[in-house]
Ligand binder design. Sequence first.
Ligand code: PRP
Length: 180
Amino acid sequence: MMEQDMQEILFTREQLSSRIKELAAQISEDYRGKAPVVIGILRGCFIFMADLVRELDIPQMTLDFMSVSSYGKGTVSSGLVNIKLDTSETITGRDVILVEDILDTGNTLSKLVEELGKRNPASLRLCVLLDKTERRVTPIQADYVCFQIPDGFVVGCGLDYNQQYRQLEYVGILKPEIYE
Ligand code: PRP
């Protein structure tokens, strides 16, 4: 029923799950014998995080969450990230994998990476479901990317428009008339 609000379905549930499996195999390989902490950035991460961690074969990993808000989202060098919910575990000396739904301008994640770097993790890598490279304002690259996508208002699989559409099992592009 919400499909009528979509201009296009970018990735079906099947496409998402097969790509997530592929990426999870690569991450499992890279962290073999290690005990990373996988940190999901709420709220957008929740579906991707759940799908991903169930495919990871890293017995010693632990899971944690953060919530952040960026000021002046979408604007050039807004400068600040506000940590609304911090991790439960300390990350000092840990191998950290940050999980996000989307890397867009890069403003939020670059600031967060800078903040977390101050806590001296053993390593810090980024894993994102979607990467909108062409929208980048602050230079930052994810280490693990499920899909590169073109510009457009994407929703579903955790991504929202006005807090709606997060529960959709597919990733779709919203019809412009919905948000204009
Ligand atoms: C989204 C996403 C990233 C950020 C990416 O979060 O989860 O945190 O925007 O955008 P950027 O690369 O332009 O900084 P949002 O603020 O929409 O919160 P949400 O996760 O609760 O949806």
